[in-house]
Each structure stands twice: as C-alpha cells, then as structure tokens.
Design a protein around this ligand. Structure first.
Ligand SMILES: [Zn+2]
Length: 299
C-alpha cells in the first residue's frame, strides 16, 4: 500500500517542495523582521521630529520673551534718562533762581524804598561803602562829597556827559549821615522855626542817608538852590538823567513833598528809563513794583 513511498518519482518532487517551503518560510521571517525594524525606525523618527518641533517652539517663545524684556529694559532706561534730564533741568532752574535771589538779596532793599513823613530810614543805617565824588564835579572848595560806591560811577558818567555838552552842573550835597542831617535840620529849625520841616527834608533826608541821592547846583548859582529849575542844567537833567539811572524825587506839583528840582535820586537805569518813558514819578509807583527793579539796579 505504501509502495509509492519507495518510488523515486515520489521523493524527488517532495524533497524539492519541502526545500522550497523551508526557503520560503525563512524569507518570510526575514521580511517580517525587516518590516518591524523599519517600523521602529519610522516611529523613532516621528517621535524625534515631535521633540524637535516642540524644542523649536520653546526656543521661539523664549526669544520672544527676551525681546520683550529687552524692550522693557530700553523703555525703563529711556524713561529713567528722561527723568534724569527733567531733574537736571529743575536743578539748573533752581540754580538760576538761586542766582536771582542772591542778586536781589545782595541788593539793599532800602535803595528802592519810598520814604514818607511816617516811613523813615533807620538812623543807624549807613551805606556799605562810600566813595568820594571827583572834586572837579563838586561845587565848593575842599569839599569831599561821597556817594554809595556803586552809584558814584553812574554819577561821574552823568557829570562827564553834561560837561561834554557844556552844561554848567555841579554837586552841592551828596551822602549825609543821620547825625549830619540832624544837625543841619536843627540849624534850619533855629533859623526858620517849625517851617524848617517843609524844606529840610524829613523825607528827603532819608534819601541822602542812602548815599544814592545828590543835590545839584550850577557853578553860577553856587549854594543858592532857588531858581535851579530855570537853568539849562535842570532842563538837561530832565532829558538825560534817566540814562544814568537818576530821577527827580519830588517834581513840581507832587503829592508827597515840597518841590525840589535839585534833589535827584539814583534808582537804576532800567527803572529811571521806564519812569521817563511813561512820564511817571518814583513816588507814584507801587512799592511792590519798585522792588522788582532791585535785580537790575546797578546794571
Ligand atoms: Zn536833597
């Protein structure tokens, strides 16, 4: 029954088939192995791509954050610089204000003060420094007249200008101390009684005590002051004195004191020029307005 098993035609093809099957099986197995490896590689690659993507994304976020921080720092720096500049400007402004205040404080407030029969200069007041008026401009022999040291140059300029225009003008009286004034007044009082108050200057005396005020005369008129307002010197003073900072304290028809055409007070070029331009008198001005000219008094 199994005799065909012994037949060579049976074993030949069978052996071939078995060999083929074995070969096929081995190939399939290898193929499966390779496929699995490939799949693994693909999976690994995909996962590393994801990692790469998320890493790139993080870097971008970090870059953006850094850029924002950088901008914030620059903004802060700019505003800090602006604040520093503002502070510097304030400091500069303060320095300027301090300089102005120092200049104002350095200028004696009495020098632009209005005096009246009730408001006198303190009897102990004396100018910080006096200088002698050049004798060539003074009326009288051996008379050493003095004015406030900072006013004397302006007075010399005025007198020099008058002389250059052939105006007969000289100084009769200048700085007078409280004591000098007191004895002068008592001499007047003895001679003229109570009427002395009318012209010997309860008021004008304060201005002489400042050292900024002079009484002018002419060489022709000498110590006689009456009629001074009819001289060429007076006309010249009315037109030019403001250029040297002098004003007539008590003009004709004023409401504060007797008319004194010879009595001129230094108030600074700026204020004197303003008063001249506006045809106003020193004593007509508000004291607070006058005070604002202290800053430019000796300019
Ligand atoms: Zn006078």
């Amino acid at each position: 029954m199994l005799s065909y098993l012994k037949h060579p035609f049976f074993w030949g093809p069978t052996a071939c088939s078995v060999a083929l099957l074995v070969l096929l099986g081995a190939t399939c197995w290898e193929y499966q192995e390779a496929t699995a490896d490939h799949q693994q590689t693909v999976t690994a690659f995909a996962s590393s791509t994801d990692t790469y993507r998320s890493f790139t994304y993080e870097i971008r976020i970090r870059e953006a954050r850094l850029a924002e921080e950088k901008e914030a720092v620059i903004r802060n720096l700019t505003s800090e610089q602006e604040r520093n500049n503002a502070i510097q400007n304030q400091i500069d402004g303060l320095k300027g204000s301090v300089a102005v205040i120092q200049k104002v404080n350095a200028t004696d407030k009495e020098l632009l003060q209005k005096y009246s029969k009730v408001y006198f200069l303190n009897e102990n007041y004396a100018p910080p420094q006096l200088t002698v008026i050049s004798p060539e401009f003074v009326w009288g022999i051996d008379k050493a007249l003095e004015t406030h040291a900072q006013v004397t140059p302006f007075l010399h300029a005025l007198l020099g200008a008058a002389r250059s225009q052939n105006i007969d003008l000289a100084v009769l009286s200048a700085y007078r101390s409280f004591n000098t004034q007191a004895s002068l007044k008592s001499a007047y009082t003895v001679r003229y009684g109570a009427g002395a108050n009318a012209f010997s200057a309860d008021q004008g005396y304060s201005e002489h005590q400042l050292g900024t005020t002079v009484d002018f005369t002419t060489r022709a008129g000498g110590s006689v002051l009456a009629g001074f307002d009819e001289t060429a010197a007076f006309t010249w003073l009315r037109e030019h004195a403001h250029l040297y900072g002098f004003v007539l304290s008590y003009p004709e028809g004023n409401n504060y004191y007797v008319y004194e055409p010879w009595h001129w007070r230094f108030v600074g070029v700026e204020l004197a020029s303003k008063l001249h331009a506006e045809s106003r008198d020193f004593y007509d001005m508000d004291q607070r307005v006058l005070d604002t000219y202290r800053i430019s008094l000796f300019d």
